[in-house]
Design a protein around this ligand. Structure first.
Ligand code: ATP
Length: 230
């Protein structure tokens, strides 16, 4: 069981209601995208699932475990939610090599050294970056850095993957191919995925279902072809 459930979830910043009592279920192994204009509450929603932001109302459940319940003042911190994250603010670390970046979440989880080496190699292979392992992170192109961020998010085999505009720094050719790769990986590894973008084409081409948000609310939820027709 790896689904994500949001029930009556809100987040307010002073007078601004960034997310307004939303209900959403992401099924096991499903790829769901939050789509909408700037400021509609996509990133805040994702950050609440990640535990980087606390919800003011409602309840969030990941893999059958309640990770946040505002009424009960229950809050599980991000590092205890077993999530892979690729956020713009979670860029790779410039003072570390590619290898060290991907190894980091495994070392934090105190995996044995041999297993760390194995998992890093596998994650770098997935994003076709194995030949760059020793390279310092700043000497990578934007697209390569984004692949490393994806490898790092996958290295500890999370049950759920959260991605916030992960293709935004790529040129259009790389955006399409990295998007396809990401989707193939998600299917192969069967990872429940919640994805944020303001790019309609990206949402349509990647997702099982698209959630259209506006002013903190969910306007529509459906398969890409259904959303497109409307
Ligand atoms: P974008 O695509 O531009 O990132 P978004 O849909 O992800 O937009 P959010 O970042 O979730 O939107 O923001 C939703 C609303 O909440 C906006 O009005 C934003 O200004 C406000 N907001 C978000 N974070 C904060 C914060 N830390 N303090 C105050 N207001 C915030």
């Amino acid at each position: 069981m790896t689904g994500v459930v949001l029930e009556g979830v809100s987040r307010r910043f002073g007078a601004v209601t960034a997310v307004d009592r939303i209900d959403l279920t992401v099924a096991d192994n499903e790829f769901v995208t939050l789509l909408g204009p700037s400021g509609c509450g996509k990133t805040t929603t994702l950050r609440m699932v990640a535990g980087l932001e606390a919800n003011d109302d409602g309840r969030i459940t990941i893999g059958g475990r309640v990770v946040s319940d505002a009424a009960k003042k229950l809050f599980v911190p991000p590092d205890k939610r077993n999530l892979g994250m690729v956020f713009q603010s979670y860029a790779i670390w410039p003072h570390l090599s590619v290898y060290e970046n991907v190894a980091y979440p495994l070392k934090v989880r105190k995996l044995p050294a041999a297993q760390v080496r194995e998992r890093v190699a596998a994650a770098l292979r997935l994003v076709e970056m194995e030949s760059y392992a020793e390279r310092p992170a700043p000497l990578l192109s934007g697209g390569q850095q984004q692949r490393v961020a994806i490898a790092r998010a996958l290295s500890f085999e999370p049950q759920v993957l959260l991605l916030d505009e992960p293709l935004s720094n790529l040129d259009s050719r790389l955006r399409a191919s990295t998007g396809d790769e990401l989707r193939a990986l998600q299917r192969r590894l069967k990872i429940t995925t919640l994805y944020v973008t303001h790019d309609q084409d990206e949402a349509m081409s990647l997702s099982d279902r698209v959630v259209v948000m506006q002013q903190g609310r969910i306007l529509q939820v459906g398969a890409p072809e259904v959303i497109y027709q409307r």
